[in-house]
Every structure is written in structure tokens, then in C-alpha cells.
Design a protein around this ligand. Sequence first.
Ligand code: ARG
Ligand code: ZN
Length: 442
Amino acid sequence: LAVCILLAAAVAAASTAQDEPHSYRNFKLIRINPENDATLSYLKSLYEEESPYTLDFWQPPSHVGGVVDLTVAPSDASSLIRDLSARGIHYIVAIHDLQKAIESEKSLTSWAHPPKGFGYERYNSVDEIYNELKRLKRERPSLITLIDIGQTHENRTMLVVKIGGGQSLDEDAPSVWLDAGIHAREWIAPATAMFIVRELVEGYDVDPKLQAMIDHVPFYILPVMNPDGYEYSRTSDRMWRKNRRPAECQHKDWHTVCCRGVDLNRNFDWYWAVSFLPYFSASGSSSDSCHDTYHGPAAFSEPESMAVRDFLEAYPPKAFISLHSYSQMWLIPFGHRRRSYPADYSSALRPLALRATKALEAVHGTKYQVGTGADLMYEASGGSHDWAKGALKVPFSYLIELRPRNTLFGNGFLLPEREIAPVGNETWAAIRVVADEVFSQF
Ligand code: ARG
Ligand code: ZN
């Protein structure tokens, strides 16, 4: 009997461990502004080499003055803080209990009355998003086309919504591509993409200029590029970033470790896994399948990046925009290496980015930095916006890091639902500037 009870208890424990999402109770978000090279190289060693602590870099170290955000497990917090203090490194604890911050991301009203179905000012499930797209399609069959561009590892559909330009797909027509959610935990990105879907559909009837633009320059929007990862971040681990590629095992020291997932924004064929730094396998990407920036076994090894590549090669757009969060930056190629720019960087890409961010700021006063990801943040090879410009030759290619900034009160990936509408409005104002430019040029 005792054995049975023990066994039953073990089974119960195992099943709750599976069903319960990862708890971030008392995990801390530490924010550091590295003031000198010694601090920077210490932080880089924590990021790139084996660290004795359980850390998750939300903003990896790049240069002196570039803010670093990292979370630390409660069991390691005091030793890390002791270590920082001993080295004279200034830091702030931006979040004291990450689990509490995760819980307050949802609006108070949605806790009180758990809503049913899709909402434009909520963080929705993949099913809710797809149902909303299907509903829009039923309502506006001549304006909207839904395109299944591929399947994920877990057999979820990758659904592109085409708005405008007629119902047939035309390889030569100028168009604007917008994707979101390549990184699972950046929930504001899919929410913003859906907000823009609604702006386009509703604006079509009331805004003749917009109507003329969309008739000529359709939008192709992929609101959830990494649906497996997105669902995993909703149900199991809020801080998941990669896709859900089945585990790969490797021998490390004296044991075998197996980890799932590829960073899809390191998996595109643009300087894929190429190294410019002697001490890192590739710049800003990792060959370690357990790392959050694992680039995968080969360029385009993943169904998600493959599907996007195949679609874009068949229907190359005039503008490519990829939505991420966070840090309020409008990033221009190239991000794989510092001081590396396309030929029309200063004549075309940057001036348009400045106009777009000016329109963005005019809405709610939100300020964006403009430049390449490598210059403003860190070098990262295998990025989709670099591939779109460098390999596919899309004229205007950008990566947008949405709100918040990493200031004293910014909660990083945990942006409250009440900010979805303001982010949607300001981002749409900026993207419209890009689309208008495509309309006037092509
Ligand atoms: N946060 C994004 C990522 O990690 C942005 C990368 C932009 N490129 C860059 N070189 N920083 O994929
Ligand atoms: Zn991202």
C-alpha cells in the first residue's frame, strides 16, 4: 500500500510538473549600464561562456553604454549581486518578482472577467488570431485572402493574410511584407500586426488615399511567424524565445544535454554562423543547441524560416518589415557586423526610417533610435531583415523593436495589455509612411 501511495504521489507530481507553467517566482530583472571595458567583458563572459548562475539575457551585452538586461534565478540572485558589488558594477533591480510582473501583464479587467474569443487589445492565442482572420475573410472576401505558407514542427499552420491587390497572387505587383512573432516571448509584436490588419481593413472604406494605396500595393501580413513557440510561451514558459525544434543532444564535459529550439532570427542565410569574433562561434549566434541564439544545424533548417523564404522568393515585396520587442529601435540592415551598410543606406533606407519614426513620434511622443542593429546593439548573423535586403534585394528592409525602452520602469517583454492600442496606432503611422513610399515609387 505504501508503495502504491508513493507511486500515486509521484505520478501526481509528474503530471502537475507538466501542466503547470514554469514559475518565475522571485526571479529578478537586473539592469546594468556598463560604464567601462572591464564591466563589459565580465558581462560578455557571463553571456557567451558557461556561467555559474541561471541567467537569461533579455538584452545581451554589446558596448560600453549599451543597457544590459538579464534575469537571474532566486537561488543565484544574492551571489550574482555580491559579485557585481565586488567588481564595483552599478545595477538596478528593475523587477523584484518576475512572476508577479507576468501576472500583471494582463489587464485587471481581463482577470475579473476572463474574456472569450479574440480581442484587439488582448494577447490572444494562435487559434483566436486565426479565427479572427477567418472571420475578416468571411466579412470581406474581395479585400482579404488567406494563404497557408507552411507547417511548423508541431504541425501548426503558418497563415499569411493578404489585404488588397485583388484575390489572385501576382508575382510582379509591388507589395509590403510584415511579419511578427518570430521570437515567441515578444507578445506585443503579433498584437501590433493584428492591430495593423484592422487599420487596413477598416481604413479601406473610409480613407480614399489608403484605399488607392492598398489597391495598388497589397500587404502580406504573417502575424505569428513562430506559432509553436508563441503557444509554448503562453502555456508553459513565458520567457521562451526560439521555435520548438525537437531536442538535439550534445556531449558537454561528462554528460549529455538535450535542448529544444532554434532562434529563427539566426537561421536565415545571411552570413549564417559566420564569425567575426575569435572567441565566439559566430557573432551573436550560437552553435550550442541549448543557447537562446542557437542558429540551427544549417541555414534554413527550420520549417518556419523555410516557409517564409519560399514565399518571399515567389512574391518578392518592395518593403520587408519584421516586428520584435523591445527597446524602441528602428533597425536598418546590416546587423551581422558593425559599420556594414547596404549601398543605399544613406540615400534611401535611413532617410525613410527617419521619416517613419518621426510620424511614429508624432502620435504619442514615443522616441525611437534609428540605425543598424550591429551599431546600436550587438552583431547578429542569420537575421531575416538582413537576408531580405542582402540576398533577396528587397529595397526597403527593416526590423522594428517595439516598446518599451529599457529605462528604470520598463518591464521588457511584459508590456501591459493597455499599451497594445497606443503601440498599434503609432506603429501603424510609421509603417504607413513606408507603404506610401512604395506606392509613390513603384
Ligand atoms: N533582438 C533581435 C534579435 O536578437 C534583433 C537583432 C537585430 N540585429 C542585430 N544585429 N542586433 O534577433
Ligand atoms: Zn526579437
